[in-house]
Design a protein around this ligand. Structure first.
Ligand SMILES: *[C@@H]1O[C@H](CO)[C@@H](O)[C@H](O)[C@H]1NC(C)=O
Ligand SMILES: *[C@@H]1O[C@H](CO)[C@@H](O)[C@H](O)[C@H]1NC(C)=O
Ligand SMILES: *[C@@H]1O[C@H](CO)[C@@H](O)[C@H](O)[C@H]1NC(C)=O
Ligand SMILES: *[C@@H]1O[C@H](CO)[C@@H](O)[C@H](O)[C@H]1NC(C)=O
Ligand SMILES: *[C@@H]1O[C@H](CO)[C@@H](O)[C@H](O)[C@H]1NC(C)=O
Ligand SMILES: *[C@@H]1O[C@H](CO)[C@@H](O)[C@H](O)[C@H]1NC(C)=O
Ligand SMILES: [Fe+2]
Length: 573
């Protein structure tokens, strides 16, 4: 947090002091590619099921784990693993495609408690990176390492969970003074995603670990080293109030763990939600152009009455689209509790709002649509000048986020008792009439299993363009047991007839990443890379699926298990 933010925060605290006080008590040889493509190995088919017609499977024979089969192994996803490894050679069961060269880096959760204290919400686990370096030969080197954030170091030093802002509380809870420290220090645990930013000076990419907040941590993907914390400055912020307040009066709070490339440039885009902390300043959402890790400029800035929680957004060839659902930050509550996830108010009766920003001019168009909530936008593209197609992984409310508590995730009864299905929805935005209309994506009124996906990934070459395939995760595939998890492929171009799913009992996959085969002529020619926890063997393996058929084509056992991994990317060399 920079000086201005601290000043702003102190001012807020001063303003809210009475309220705080009153709450105190309450509180692969010859042709390696050919070899690779030959699919004969028995293990590939053995216990795995790939469903050519998901819809049929889904409606007639649920992909259920026998009710008696324990899914204890699932809990390993939410148990700490302190083990760190550097360049550990892992062996794939089949030859690797020679074109698969690069570094798959993933971010996620590694430690759920420290000393006497434990986190309550799964999203608060200490950030732990995992990487797989592919050299185009049979060697793959695996590494895993915690991010040495200020939070991690302070916690290690103090032999407990140090007071830094978290999504939710810890047990035993922070005291009053510690809560103030949480507010001042902000969120420092970058456990959500990784991204590459260009460095125009060196011409080489710089990598960072990200969360839903404005700060980030620069990391080295060669050895997963933590370089330093970065609090990017915004130089051309327009002031809504007097200029002497330049940079103050705002608490730069929420941003996105999912930056997107700005088409036709080497820039990326993200957003920033700034909370007004002085009576005469107003809440502002800004669309930000990211030129490098640290250099950022404002594309557009607009005032909002309340600050919505947004996790991701969409970009077409010409526009950025932000979906603000009526899920607002309660500033008073934040000041009192210092727990963002406890201080978000959901208003089911209110409409959602789309902010459509023209990238060239910065013009902002506002369109309302029926109440809907989304964590992950899939993709969006322009159709002529008057229409945008936007795909979202939606939920009727943000309730499921609240269920992602450690005690719920670790208890089969509790975790099986909530609706864990997302619903992929396609919207057509008419820019002339300023209307939003939902377009059906399944020919059958009953959604295909693949339609229930979240954690969407696409072939990045189709980002901001017309595309057909989205891959993702579906939990609770039998609609009974949360840990029945499938990797799915949704076909958006032929009414879902190309939908596929892949799953096996007692195997828990996380979000995949799509790597295209070089010279690929079709969108889905490539592989999906993903860690899968084998609950029976209590170990994780890296799986390689053929993205066209969604069949398992290769895998490598890892020397240790990986707790829940949220997002990642493959950085080609
Ligand atoms: C298939 O499942 C059986 C029992 O569930 C197990 O013994 C066997 O090792 C599995 N085979 C593979 C290739 O995973
Ligand atoms: C694979 O390539 C890497 C990097 O060029 C090299 O260090 C390694 O020894 C190679 N492994 C084999 C088995 O050839
Ligand atoms: C990681 O690599 C960098 C150089 O790329 C080096 O400065 C640093 O010491 C290495 N860190 C570890 C932990 O090996
Ligand atoms: C993007 O970066 C590459 C490599 O640095 C450079 O050759 C290219 O001209 C840049 N493109 C734009 C649009 O700036
Ligand atoms: C799952 O079950 C719930 C009730 O138990 C039902 O409301 C819901 O529609 C079912 N979901 C699907 C996709 O069939
Ligand atoms: C998908 O189904 C809808 C409604 O059944 C139909 O109008 C449309 O032409 C179909 N599209 C394709 C590509 O088959
Ligand atoms: Fe995310």
């Amino acid at each position: 947090m920079d000086v201005a933010s601290i000043t702003a925060l102190i001012m807020t605290l001063a303003l809210l002091w009475p309220a705080i006080m009153s709450q105190q008590s309450a509180m692969a040889t010859r042709n390696p590619t050919e070899d690779y493509d030959r699919r004969s190995s028995a293990w590939r088919q053995s216990n795995w099921t790939t469903h050519p017609n998901v819809l049929k499977e889904w409606s007639s024979a649920p992909l259920a784990l026998p009710a008696t089969e324990a899914d204890d192994g699932f809990n390993l996803l939410f148990q700490s693993n302190r083990k760190e490894l550097s360049n550990f050679p892992v062996t794939f069961e089949q030859p690797l495609p020679p074109w698969l060269i690069g570094n798959l880096v993933r971010n996620g959760l590694g430690l759920f408690e420290n000393g006497p204290r434990t986190f309550l919400h799964a999203f608060d686990g200490f950030a732990k990176l995992a990487s797989w370096k592919f050299f185009g030969n049979s060697t793959v080197l695996f590494s895993t390492r915690f991010i040495r954030s200020d939070f991690y170091k302070a916690s290690k030093e103090a032999k407990t969970i140090a007071p830094y802002l978290l999504f939710q509380a810890v047990a035993p809870p922070f005291g009053y003074v510690e809560k103030l420290q949480c507010l001042v220090r902000g969120l420092d645990n970058m456990n959500v995603n990784v991204y590459a930013f260009p460095n125009p000076k060196t011409g080489r990419a710089e990598y960072a670990a990200l969360s839903d907040f404005w700060i980030l941590y620069k990391i080295g993907i060669e050895n997963l080293t933590t370089v330093h914390r970065v609090a990017p400055k915004l130089k051309n912020r327009q002031q809504t109030t007097s200029s002497w307040l330049q940079g103050t009066g705002f608490l730069d709070l929420l941003s996105s763990a999912h930056p997107l490339p700005e088409p036709g440039t080497n820039n990326s885009l993200t957003f920033l939600s700034s909370v007004a902390v002085l009576p005469w300043s107003r809440n502002v959402i800004s669309l930000i152009r990211v030129k490098s890790l640290k250099r950022r400029t404002v594309v557009a800035q607009w005032n909002v009455g309340r600050v919505p929680y947004m996790h991701s957004f969409s970009v077409t060839a010409t526009k950025a689209i932000l979906l603000a659902s009526p899920f607002y930050v309660n500033v008073m509550c934040m000041a009192k509790k210092a727990e963002p996830f406890s201080c978000l108010d959901w208003h089911p009766e209110e409409k959602s709002t789309l902010y459509i920003v023209t990238l060239k001019s910065g013009k902002v168009t506002t369109v309302h649509l029926d109440n809907v909530f989304s964590m992950h936008h899939v993709n969006a593209y322009d159709v002529g000048k008057q229409e945008i197609i936007m795909d979202l992984s939606t939920y009727p409310s943000p309730d499921f986020v609240k269920h992602l508590q450690l005690h719920v995730m670790r208890d089969p009864l509790a975790r099986n008792s909530f609706d864990a299905h997302a619903r992929l929805k396609r919207f057509s935005i008419n820019l002339k009439k300023l209307e939003v209309r939902e377009i059906p994506i399944d020919s059958n009124p009953r959604p295909s299993l693949a339609t229930l996906l979240d954690m969407p990934v696409i072939n990045e070459a189709y980002r901001s363009k017309h595309y057909c395939y989205v891959y993702g995760l579906v939990l609770k595939t039998d609609n009974v047991t949360l840990s029945n998890i499938a990797i799915v492929k949704k076909d958006l171009c032929s009414n879902g007839t190309g939908d596929r799913a892949w799953q096996a009992p007692g195997n828990y996959p996380v979000e995949p990443w799509f790597v295209a085969r070089p010279d690929a002529r079709v969108e889905d020619d490539g592989v999906l890379l993903l860690p899968v926890l084998d609950g029976n063997r209590r170990s994780t393996y890296l799986a390689i699926l053929d993205a066209r058929t969604l069949t398992l084509v290769n895998r490598a056992e890892l020397p240790t298990n990986i707790p829940y991994s949220l997002h990642g990317r493959f950085f080609p060399v």
